[in-house]
Design a binder for this molecule. Structure first.
Ligand code: PEP
Ligand code: MN
Length: 338
């Protein structure tokens, strides 16, 4: 073990200790960003750090810290446990993952055409709802398990991954092989029993923000997933409810910067549900990329005007070129930050 960088804890200044305690208390520990762990490694050896923390933080947090630190052996160039790859796409903070597709899977032909255009634009992940959480019980609820066969064909034909929402773990029975990323919808972010069950599916999870959830509540929902076995969690800001009724929701662009500071997990943005109107989706998507979003989830359809759900916010397949072009903006933003 290279101990050259270790400092004796006794040499820590009181203010540094206080700072560390503050950080530990402020955020659930497994969600602390990589940089905090680096700092901890500088502050002291794991054993000494735990001894110190034993005195100054709650015992429950020491346990949690121990669990977190065990993921971080004392080595240089540690790969974050929060990075993962789906369909050759590296998903992590600092990458831009593009996901597009219809609000709901409506037919094989629809999915086939969408996948063809995604492929042409070098996008390897498709979104498509099989089970739709609709406000009205009389609205189209998705084709459910009838769509499994379409999805299975499309995945093989185009080598494309599927991001789809699960409302109830029973829905995933027999379909787990078809799903690359399980989406937890905004209405279910607070559903801790669903979070616990999804955590055990051994799939990456896209955790949408509850539209009235604070950052802390959102972080804790991720903590449920991580605590119960999920290895990979991605946040998705999808707009919050405010006094403004002109747009469907209000895109909280702050969330991108704030969540990055509070957590090492990637944060994506869904400008479709945030705005609710197709003419505002691309401007909101640009803002998200400029703010540092690590991914975008966007609704597109071969016939948006006929889509059975979220027609007004759904883009045309031709718009995929503009979505793909956001990679240049991402590149520019990254360059300008360095
Ligand atoms: C969706 O992505 O189709 C969806 C229903 O999103 P949300 O849960 O954010 O409303
Ligand atoms: Mn939708």
């Amino acid at each position: 073990m290279n101990t050259a960088w270790l400092l004796e804890l006794q040499n820590l200044q009181e203010s540094q200790k206080q700072e560390l305690v503050f950080k530990c208390q402020k955020t659930e520990l497994s969600l602390l960003p990589e940089s905090y762990f680096q700092e901890m490694r500088i502050l002291g050896s794991r054993e000494n750090l735990l001894k110190l923390l034993d005195k100054i933080v709650l015992p429950g947090q020491v346990k949690r810290l121990e669990r977190c630190l065990s993921k971080y052996p004392h080595q240089e160039n540690i790969q974050s446990p929060y990075e993962f790859t789906v369909k050759d796409q590296k998903i992590k903070q600092g990458s831009l993952t593009l996901v597009a597709g219809p609000c709901a899977a409506e037919s094989f032909e629809q999915l086939d055409l969408v996948a063809k255009h995604l492929h042409a634009n070098n996008i390897s992940l498709m979104r498509a709802g099989l089970f739709k959480p609709r406000s009205s019980p009389y609205a189209f609820q998705g084709h459910g398990s009838d769509a499994f066969e379409w999805v299975s064909h499309i995945r093989k034909k185009w080598n494309i991954g599927l991001v789809t929402e699960i409302l109830d773990p029973k829905q995933a029975e027999g379909a787990l092989d078809l799903i690359d990323i399980v989406q937890i919808g905004s209405r279910n972010m607070h559903n801790s029993s669903l979070l616990k069950e999804v955590a055990q599916m051994n799939k990456p999870v896209l955790l949408k923000r509850g539209f009235s959830a604070s950052y802390q509540e959102w972080l804790l929902a991720a903590e449920y997933l991580l605590h119960h076995g999920a290895k990979h969690v991605v946040f998705c800001e999808r707009g919050i409810r405010t006094f403004e009724t002109h747009t469907r929701f209000t895109l909280d662009i702050n969330a991108v910067a704030v969540m990055k500071e509070l957590s090492p997990l990637p944060i994506w943005v869904d400008p479709s549900h945030a705005t609710g109107q197709r003419q505002w989706v691309l401007p909101a998507a640009r803002a998200a990329v400029a703010a540092g979003a690590d991914g975008l989830l966007i609704e597109v359809d071969p016939a948006p005007l006929k889509a059975l759900s979220d027609s007004s916010q759904t883009l045309y397949l031709d718009d995929l070129k503009k979505i793909a072009a956001l990679r240049d903006l991402h590149h520019y933003v990254k360059q300008s930050l360095n």
